[in-house]
Design a protein around this ligand. Structure first.
Ligand code: NAP
Length: 249
């Protein structure tokens, strides 16, 4: 994209990185279209053009790319948005549109942390059996994996969680970022004994890990799914901008 204004950039979004990338591109005068799944009732919208809703799988996205010329795609979706990431890789390969994956680095435990890594939400549910109070921060989808837990479960999500939920559930509707003081207060208020999180990475929701560390609580961490092979990956918005500037056109 060296110097001259390039064609439109399609940013597959739903994350803070996607919004920051769209902001930087708009500031540089680059035409950008951000795509959101439409899961959140009142999303924080990025600047520039925005479209909402699925494309209809990889074939649908490939057809959409043929009808709406795009110079380059940046898949800045959440590390656990497996279907969208797979669909973008397949459609990009089919249409020849260059694709970059922007994925923030995962979290790393400190030496004294008691982190228990699992491969899935089902694995996380197994790992927390026997605890009295479980703080579930894995989002409002996929909670069915925990539905048979008899522990008191505190579920935090932006929008009301999808049933089925554990029988004894307290729902906390909140959108990050969360401060350390807030996280400590919430863990103490509910006498949380174990915290469950995806390895989402980033600073926005990391205070819960610091709070668990301060209180000596174990954390069950769901490992990230693997990325599609052959797609270049960067970890920051600045790296994505550098990669985009290196694209022809
Ligand atoms: P997913 O399972 O990978 O996606 C399911 C389907 O939703 C996709 O196949 C696609 O539908 C549509 N979709 C997903 N992201 C889209 C986007 N940015 N633009 C247009 N369509 C999209 O994704 P998910 O885990 O449900 O996440 C949905 C959105 O929430 C993503 O944008 C993600 O960045 C954000 N998010 C997810 C998490 C999480 O933990 N998974 C956390 C925070 C934010 P079609 O097949 O019809 O194209």
């Amino acid at each position: 994209m060296s110097g001259t204004p390039p064609g439109r950039v399609l940013v597959l979004g739903g994350t803070g990185e996607a919004r920051r990338l769209a902001t930087a591109l708009v500031d540089e005068g680059v035409p950008v279209l951000s795509s959101l799944a439409g899961r959140v009732a009142d999303p924080v919208l990025p600047p520039g053009d925005v479209r909402v809703g699925g494309f209809g799988g990889s074939d649908g996205l490939a057809a959409w790319l043929s009808a709406h010329p795009v110079q380059v795609i940046v898949d800045a979706t959440h590390p656990f948005a497996v279907a969208m990431t797979a669909s973008a890789a397949t459609a990009a390969a089919a249409t020849g549109v260059p694709l970059l994956r922007l994925q923030r680095p995962g979290w790393t435990a400190e030496p004294a942390d008691d982190w228990r890594w699992v491969d899935s939400l089902t694995g996380a549910a197994e790992a927390v059996r026997g605890f009295g109070c479980v703080f579930l921060t894995t989002g409002r989808q996929g909670l069915a994996a925990f539905a048979t837990l008899t522990a008191h479960c505190v579920v935090r999500s932006v929008d009301p969680p999808d049933p089925p939920l554990p029988a004894r559930t307290t729902v906390v509707l909140e959108r990050g970022p969360f401060s350390l003081a807030d996280e400590l207060a919430l863990l103490r208020e509910h006498a949380v004994e174990v915290l469950v999180t995806k390895d989402s990475g980033g600073a926005m929701t990391a205070a819960k890990l610091t709070a668990a560390r301060e209180l000596g609580l174990p954390v069950v961490v769901v490992r990230r799914p693997p990325l599609p092979p052959g797609v270049p990956v960067v970890g920051t918005v600045d790296e994505a901008l550098s990669w985009l500037r290196g694209q022809p056109g």
